[in-house]
Design a protein around this ligand. Structure first.
Ligand code: DX5
Ligand code: ZN
Length: 230
């Protein structure tokens, strides 16, 4: 089943809880929190305290996307703040296998996040300790960017790699996931959507209705018989 994950960096920071309550009513599946350090990406976004604030108001998974250098330093902090899934970027100064094992040993789902240009071969020896791969479909750091077309082929290639490995790893896509790009990413094997300004957080939009509309769009889309190439 395709999961809808609102990207909470796109919410109204002046009414974060109200936005989440609307999204809860709209039936979203999990919440995606972008964490940025101003070094790995030239921006800042959310924080552990925002997780703590929101944690009591939903039982849906909190997915933490660490766009930070040396992410191992922060795993315990986000576990304690209420995370359920944590992804770390393979491009950072990280001992990737150790970081993923650390996340799993904390009882969470472990993810590897990859920038658009990063080859898939860095995953070769960690798929056995990986629950999901977050493929950035824009360059990380900011909402409102354009989908990078070459990432379509990357999704297909990753799907084939996972199939060959025999491991149970899901594909998450993050960046300009919209009504235009969703069919193509689903057809190639992605099923965890990070939904930001491109499909949920549009100006003057009722978030509950936006979530229901997106669910209707997904349900109306015929399942692709085979994974699409390229
Ligand atoms: C990039 C961010 C954005 C955001 C989604 O680092 O992760 O992709 O969540 O927002 P849109 O839909 O505007 O790309
Ligand atoms: Zn993200």
């Amino acid at each position: 089943m395709t999961l809808i994950g609102p990207s909470m960096m796109c919410a109204d920071m002046g009414r974060l809880l109200k936005d989440m309550e609307s999204l809860n009513r709209g039936g979203v599946d999990y919440y995606h929190f972008d964490i940025m350090d101003g070094t790995f990406v030239p921006n800042f976004a959310m924080s552990p305290d925002m997780l703590r604030t929101l944690r009591p108001y939903t039982d849906r998974p909190f997915d933490i996307h660490l766009m930070v250098e040396e992410p191992e330093r922060y795993i315990e902090l986000f576990v304690e703040a209420g995370a359920d899934w944590i992804s770390v970027h393979a491009e950072t100064k990280v001992h990737l296998q150790r970081a993923l094992q650390m996340i799993r040993d904390s009882g969470l789902k472990a993810g590897v996040a990859l920038n658009p240009s990063t080859p898939l071969n860095c995953l070769e020896y960690v798929l056995d300790v990986t629950d999901y791969v977050c493929l950035m479909t824009v360059n990380p750091g900011f909402a409102g960017q354009k989908f990078i077309p070459s990432t379509y082929r990357k999704i297909s290639d990753l799907k084939k790699m996972i199939k060959r490995s025999g491991e149970d790893v899901r594909i998450q896509v993050d960046g300009n996931i919209s009504f235009e790009t969703i069919p193509g990413v689903l057809d190639r094997g992605a099923d965890l959507l990070v939904c930001g300004t491109s499909c949920l957080f549009k100006p003057n939009t009722d978030l509950e209705l936006a979530a229901l509309e997106l669910r209707g769009f997904l349900e109306a889309k015929p399942a692709q018989a085979a994974v699409r190439e390229g």
